[in-house]
Every structure is written in structure tokens, then in C-alpha cells.
Design a protein around this ligand. Structure first.
Ligand code: 28F
Length: 648
């Protein structure tokens, strides 16, 4: 950066008529975006000046006549005469396309502006433009207008008042007021909302900048100044999520004419939120700088994980994606000769930017890790990555298993599942029966034409506490999945369901209740449609049989017992069934499986969020919360009874 400016430094490329002829070529569109673009061209010049270290404040005023004023407290645009152009610096900046240090890197380090065309475009597309400069202890003023020439055409940005000394001042700075030309833009107005959005962003991106916006029409006022810069930006973006630590990691590195700033904060979300910028321009499509930043994060934290033995020798490195889960990243680079690519020209293409950002970010992150108390934050990040890696591996294994299983487990099923004869899916029923002995009775007692029996040995594992790979590794669960033929999770396909009714048959004791809860949790987690489409039922076995000569009746609840015994009269006998296994095949069919006589509870989910909460609470680790929840509300609709049992 040269501190001494000479007007001769300005390079001349093109005249202003071209701008009015094809405004779209210079500002993209003459719609609202282009209309505001000519304001940002002026603001960009102020930002260039302030970020070079001169001045601190930009004030934008929306005036009542539809014009806008932009002021800064920089050095003021040079007023000396360019030796060959014989024009003042102000005139050159406002009447020459591509004028300015932007394309002559000796004056300003980095160029701004999407099209990089500068203030002359604003002048060319304004009805009038008034420039006041405070510099050298004096106040200078110059005025431009778009006027009809002798050729009958309108020529934009004509000098109507040459640069004139109009007073004295000890201050320095530049103030520009312009009225967008309605012959170009129609009758549009500046939008306070649009302006404050971008102004806020600019204030985040330039931490030394204070930016005020005042709308004289509405008296609306906003002022932005973020001392933390993009670190504050990252915080702002993470608002409403749960941050895993308080202050974002902020790094700032420079290498000759390349500057990069990065702020990272992790939240408990599972997605990445990345905002990147080049010369204050958003790079929505990402690009080489983002790639460089990501590889730096991956490398530095993997190395750190090794160095503290968080990753053991034989463990694999985390992948880039593991470090992206829950990451809010703001990346801002300043550089020259920017190449934009992509669908919307918002993707940085410069290959050297990847290398530079990666190198600088590695340096910055390593410096961060050496700082006191960084180990806590780093530990949190490593834990988050570890969780992400686990999920990633589990998901991968689950997919493989789920696929491999389709063929393998049909074999697994043989000998366990007693299939039904009929292929009529509408009528078909699958009984999942607790225990081998009850399973044996059910197999003998069933109506083979449409009832299939799957006995469960032991308890299937608790689906809530395990990751999907473990769930799928469990033999009992795999058998159920194979029998239903639907697949699970992402691969779940309800149209492949073999049985219209899936009936859980377990003992009326605590173990039985537990098995039901486990199965329902599994269905809820991995085959939710099975429940929502009404395919899941709970079979109700009788608790008692009341009998005497010529009288026999099954009783399904304690409450009903007195009524039945009094109906039986004197000399009856009450048999209490402790488990399904105590009934012989005929009894089991008659009491629990016969569609004509049995009682089934259909499992429904009234409110998915509530059900979710219930499953988490019922099957999760917090025992107190579980008890509490059960006594307050058990909400699998009709299985409230079952939850009552579970409570005991
Ligand atoms: C309201 C809009 O445009 N502010 C500006 C400066 C300061 C200098 C400058 C501008 C250098 C080579 C173009 C002063 N002293 N606000 C503004 N403040 N332009 S624009 O220089 C002109 C550029 O070509 C400036 C020493 N060096 C630069």
C-alpha cells in the first residue's frame, strides 16, 4: 500500500455512455438489485478507505427526494490534478470507468464490488451526483448531471460544476449524494430493510467499521458496529441453537497481499452452516477458499487428537464431514484478481486461494490450540467429531447389514417362523410371541391358513439405547425384520409388508411389559409407518379362568373378576395365568388369537412429538424421568393400560 496518492496513478479504460447504453452489463439488472447496487458502489469506496486504516464511520442517509447520501471520515478523495488526464482525482473517480486503485493494486490492497466498476457507474446512472471532499484543511465540491446533449441523447455524469473550494475544515472525508435516474430505474425507492441487511453484514465483515443508516422519510435509524467482527457474526448465526462453547474460535492471518479471517463455533445441531466471503462479497456457492478452510480444520484437529492420544494409534483419522457436523463457519478472505465461477458467479475459482487459506488457517488454528484454555474447546470439538464419526460408521454398517440381511436372514428365519399358508396379505397376521413354550402353543393352536407365529427367545435389545448397527446386529430384531419383509429405516417400504396385523403377545407381567415396550420402541424408531398405518396390535391374554361344572369363563382384568365369580355362583374355581405358557394350544387360541373372541389393542400415535418424547423417556437412561413420565402421561393412545403395567 502506498500512503501517498497521485492522480496519475488512475488508469483509464472506458467512457460513461457505455454504461447508460447497457446498464445490465455493469450492474447486472436495472431492477431493485441494480438500483441498490449503485448505492453499494459508493459505500464500497468508503469501506476500501476505512479498511486501509483511514477513518471509521460510514453514514448512509435516505433523503426525502429519493436520493441517498453516503459519508465517510477517511482522507477524502484526492483533489490534485492528474498530470496527463488534466483532471482532479474526484473527477477521474466519478467520470472514468474502471478508475480507481481497484485495478491498480498499488493504492488499495484489495478491490471490492461485484462488478468492480466503481463510483463512475453510479454517476452515469444518476440524475445528478454531488461530491464533497474535506481534505487539506479545505472543503471541495463538485457536481455531475445526466443531461441531454446536442445529439438528442442523454449523456450520463456530465460535470456541471467543476471541483471548487467552498470552505475550510479541519476534518477529512468524502460525502456523496446521488439521485438514481428514473429514466433507467423507473420510480423505485431505496429499501431501508434491504440496506440494513447488507450494512449489518458489512459491519460484521469489517470489524473496524461503524455504519449508520438513517431514513429521513420514516426517521428509522440503525447503527452497526461489531468489535468482534466475524466472530460476532458466527455468534449471531448460531443464535437459537445451542452452542457447545461460548466464544467462537477466531483466527486472522495475512500473507503479503492475501488476508483471511475465520470464525468457528459448534452447536448441537447436525448440519453445517458456512458463510464465506471474498472482498466482502458473499460466495454462496463456496469455492477454493472454503475447501482450504475445511481441510485445515480437518488436519489441525486430527493432528491435535493424535497428539493428546484422543485418537489412539490404531484408530482412523476423523473425516472432514465429522468436523462439519454442527459447525457454524464464517470465512472472509481479501485478495486480488478474483475469479468468480459457478451458476450464479458466486463461487471462488482461484486455485491459489485454496492453498493460501489452508496454510494460513492451519497456522491460525495451531496458534489457537497453543493458547491457554483452548484444550477445553478443542476437547468439545473432538467429542462432537467422535459422535459424528460414530453415527457415520453406524449408518454405513446399517446400510450394509440391511442389504446383506435381505438374503441372509431368510435362512435365519427357517425353523423360527411358522408361516401361514395363505398369501393373502390383507388377512395375514403375525404373532410375535414371548418365549418358546408360548410360541409352541401358539404354533399348534393357531389358524394356519392366515396366522404366522414368531417366537422370541429372551429379550430383544432396547432399541432406544443402541445405535442402529447394534439394533440390527441383534438376532431377535433381525428375525422380526426378515419376517415383516419391509426393510427398515431409510429402506423401509410399507408396501412390502407381509402381514396386515402384527400382534405382540407377551405375558401380563413386568417382563412382558418390557418386551412390549422394546418392540414398540423399535417399530417407532425404525418402522414408524407400521404404527401410524395401524398395523401394530397388542394381544390381551386372560388373567384368570373361572370354572365349575358346566361353567367356564376367561377374565381379562382384575376389575372384571368379581362379576364373573358371582355369575358362576357357589363352588367355582379360579385359575390364575401367570404366563402365556400356562395355557394349552386350544386355550391360547380361544382366549387370545381367535378373531371372533380375542381382544386386541391397536397401537396408535396421537402426537408424534409427544410419542417421541415418551419413547425417549421410557426407554432412555433417566430412570427418575421415566417414572415421572409414566405416572403423568402415557400416550401411545390405547396402550395406556400397558404403560400402567410398565409402571409397576
Ligand atoms: C462517500 C464515498 O468514496 N471515499 C473515498 C478515498 C480516499 C482516497 C481515494 C477515495 C486511489 C487511486 C483511486 C486519499 N488519499 N466515499 C469515498 N475515500 N479514494 S474514495 O483515492 C482514490 C483512489 O485511485 C485516497 C490517498 N490515497 C487515497
Amino acid at each position: 500500500m502506498t500512503s501517498k496518492y497521485e492522480a496519475k496513478d488512475i488508469v483509464v479504460l472506458e467512457g460513461l455512455d457505455a454504461v447508460r447504453l447497457r446498464p445490465g452489463m455493469y450492474i447486472g439488472t436495472t431492477g431493485p438489485k441494480g438500483f441498490h447496487h449503485i448505492l453499494w458502489e459508493i459505500v464500497d469506496n468508503s469501506i476500501d478507505e476505512i479498511s486501509s486504516g483511514f477513518g471509521s464511520t460510514i453514514r448512509i442517509t435516505l433523503n426525502q427526494d429519493g436520493s441517498a447520501t453516503v459519508e465517510d471520515d477517511g482522507r477524502g478523495i484526492p483533489v490534485d490534478i492528474h498530470p496527463t488526464m488534466k483532471k482532479s482525482g474526484v473527477e477521474v473517480v466519478y467520470t472514468t470507468l474502471h478508475a480507481g486503485g481497484k485495478f491498480n493494486t498499488s493504492n488499495y490492497k484489495f478491490s471490492g464490488g461485484l462488478h468492480g466498476v466503481g463510483a463512475s457507474v453510479t454517476n452515469a446512472l444518476s440524475r445528478w451526483c454531488d461530491v464533497t471532499v474535506n481534505r487539506n484543511g479545505k472543503i471541495y465540491n463538485m457536481r455531475f448531471e445526466s443531461l441531454e446533449g446536442e445529439d438528442g441523447k442523454i449523456h450520463g455524469g456530465q460535470v456541471v460544476k467543476p471541483l471548487t473550494e467552498i470552505g475550510k475544515s479541519t476534518l477529512t472525508g468524502t460525502k456523496v449524494t446521488f439521485l438514481p435516474d428514473d429514466r433507467i430505474f423507473g420510480n423505485q425507492q431505496f429499501s431501508f430493510e434491504t440496506i440494513i441487511k447488507r450494512a449489518r453484514e458489512l459491519a460484521f465483515l469489517n470489524k473496524n467499521l461503524k455504519i449508520e443508516i438513517f431514513d429521513k422519510n420514516t426517521e428509522n435509524y440503525e447503527c452497526f458496529h461489531f468489535e468482534g467482527g466475524i466472530a460476532d457474526f458466527a455468534k449471531y448465526l448460531a443464535e437459537g441453537k445451542n452452542s457447545l462453547y461460548d466464544e467462537p474460535i477466531y483466527i486472522e492471518q495475512e500473507d503479503n497481499d492475501f488476508k483471511m479471517e475465520m470464525a468457528l463455533i459448534y452447536t448441537d445441531s447436525y448440519t453445517e452452516n458456512c458463510f464465506s466471503y471474498v472482498n466482502n462479497i458473499p460466495t454462496t456457492e463456496g469455492g477454493t477458499h472454503e475447501t482450504g478452510a475445511r481441510s485445515a480444520i480437518t488436519k489441525v484437529f486430527n493432528d491435535y487428537a493424535r497428539s493428546i492420544n484422543f485418537l489412539k494409534e490404531k484408530e482412523l483419522n476423523f473425516l472432514g464431514e465429522d468436523f462439519r457436523e454442527g459447525l457454524t463457519l464464517v470465512l472472509s478472505v481479501k485478495m486480488n484478481n478474483v475469479q468468480f465461477e459457478g451458476q450464479t458467479k458466486t463461487k471462488l475459482g482461484n486455485p491459489e486461494a485454496r492453498v493460501k487459506v489452508e496454510t494460513l488457517a492451519i497456522k491460525g488454528l495451531q496458534e489457537f490450540l497453543k493458547r491457554k484454555n483452548s484444550d477445553k474447546v478443542a476437547g468439545i470439538i473432538l467429542e462432537k467429531a467422535k459422535g459424528a464419526a460414530k453415527t457415520r460408521e453406524a449408518a454405513k454398517r446399517a446400510k450394509e447389514l440391511s442389504r446383506a440381511q435381505k438374503s441372509a436372514d431368510n435362512f435365519n428365519l427357517v425353523g423360527k417362523l411358522a408361516a401361514s399358508y395363505s398369501k393373502d396379505r390383507e388377512k395375514a397376521e403375525l404373532f410375535i410371541v414371548e418365549g418358546d413354550s408360548a410360541g409352541g402353543s401358539a404354533k399348534q393352536g393357531r389358524d394356519r391358513s392366515f396366522q404366522a407365529i414368531l417366537p422370541l427367545r429372551g429379550k430383544p435389545l432396547n432399541a432406544e439405547k443402541k445405535r442402529i448397527d447394534q439394533v440390527l446386529g441383534n438376532e431377535e430384531i433381525r428375525t422380526i425384520i426378515s419376517a415383516l419383509e419391509t426393510g427398515i429405516g431409510e429402506d423401509f417400504d410399507i408396501s412390502s409388508l407381509r402381514y396386515n396385523k402384527v400382534i405382540i403377545l407377551s405375558d401380563a407381567d413386568q417382563d412382558g411389559a418390557h418386551i412390549r415396550a422394546i418392540l414398540l420402541t423399535f417399530f417407532y424408531r425404525y418402522m414408524r409407518e407400521l404404527i401410524t398405518d395401524g398395523h401394530v396390535f397388542i394381544g390381551l391374554p386372560p388373567l384368570y379362568k373361572v370354572s365349575k361344572k358346566g361353567f367356564e369363563e376367561y377374565v381379562y382384568s382384575d376389575a372384571d373378576l368379581p362379576a364373573v365369580t358371582s355369575k358362576a355362583g357357589k363352588g367355582y374355581n379360579v385359575q390364575r395365568y401367570k404366563g402365556l405358557g400356562e395355557m394349552n394350544p386350544d386355550q391360547l387360541f380361544e382366549t387370545t388369537m381367535d378373531p371372533e373372541k380375542r381382544t386386541l389393542l391397536q397401537v396408535t400415535i396421537d402426537d408424534a412429538a409427544e410419542a417421541e418424547k415418551m419413547v425417549v423417556t421410557l426407554m432412555g437412561d433417566d430412570i427418575e424421568a421415566r417414572k415421572d413420565y409414566i405416572s403423568k402421561h402415557a400416550n401411545f393412545d390405547k396402550i395406556d393400560e400397558f404403560m400402567e403395567e410398565y409402571k409397576s
